[in-house]
Design a protein around this ligand. Structure first.
Ligand code: FPP
Length: 254
């Protein structure tokens, strides 16, 4: 980070009342409320997804500015296939066109794309575009942007079990660390903060293993309205939580 960027980051964090030493390393987001946002305006649901892309840009930019190292976005769940086929097709096209447009810019900013989920069921052009963007060389990686696509946590855990059996791993060799090497998130730190927009308070089959000790921030803001101020507010909320990891409050430790 250049001196100018360091200063900008410091000023931004200060104005938002954030502690620079307690920025979550990994934030996961359930982007929700696109359909309602569009319907509130008398528009088709797809209009909400289109506008949701602006929010994706805003959070990627904000994550870079505040120094978040990993950002996971729940873009398409295994359950989302049950939506009308026009909506599914529009979402896939949106993904392809957005990635196609943004690849160079993302690389220039030090954003590396990764995915979790079963990509094999996605349309061919979608798989190809993801491969192109993932392969594009990113110098000086500042942020890993992880898209959860055709992902669900129950699927991921089931696949992990299958992989362990396939590899003939012995019972005594299985422990938490070993198990995690079979998850889609292998090598990634667990998210410390999970944000869900639109007022819903569920985790909807998202990172059930990895969110074991995450702090949850629920906001009524619909995803297409979500901007930097909301992202910073979520981090502020996180910084005011006491994380005990099953231990006792520091205030009660003598
Ligand atoms: C949930 O809102 C949103 C989704 C299932 C799709 C999220 C996709 C995007 C924001 C656009 C593409 C993303 C990238 C990374 C380019 P909903 O449709 O469930 O809203 P509702 O609950 O109001 O119906």
């Amino acid at each position: 980070m250049t001196e100018v960027n360091k200063k900008k980051r410091f000023d931004l964090l200060k104005s938002a009342g954030l502690d620079p030493n307690k920025i979550p390393q990994h934030i996961a987001i359930i982007m929700d409320g696109n359909g309602r946002w569009a319907q509130n305006r008398g528009e088709d649901r797809v209009f909400g997804h289109l506008n949701g892309v602006e929010s994706v840009r805003a959070v990627v930019e904000s994550a870079l500015q505040v120094g978040v190292r990993y950002l996971t976005l729940y873009a398409f769940s295994t359950e989302n296939w049950s939506r009308p086929k026009e909506e599914v097709a529009a979402l896939m096209n949106l993904l392809v066109t957005t990635l196609n447009q943004e690849t160079d810019d993302l690389n220039g900013k030090g954003v590396r794309l990764r995915t979790i989920g079963d990509l094999s069921a996605l349309p061919d052009n979608c798989q190809k575009q993801l491969e192109t963007t993932e392969k594009a060389e990113t110098k000086n990686v500042s942020l890993d942007l992880i898209l959860a696509l055709n992902y669900s946590a129950k699927w991921e855990i089931t696949e992990a079990v299958k992989g362990i059996i396939r590899d003939g791993v012995k019972e005594e060799e299985i422990n938490i660390d070993k198990f995690e090497t079979y998850l889609q998130t292998k090598g990634l730190p667990d998210p410390e903060l999970m944000i869900r927009t639109s007022g819903e308070r569920r985790i909807s089959n998202f990172m059930l293993w990895q969110l074991a000790y995450a702090e949850f921030h629920f906001t009524s803001v619909l995803w297409p309205d979500f901007r930097r101020e909301h992202f910073l507010a979520a981090i502020h909320d996180f910084q005011n939580r006491e994380r005990r990891f099953g231990g006792v409050s520091q205030q009660t430790v003598k």
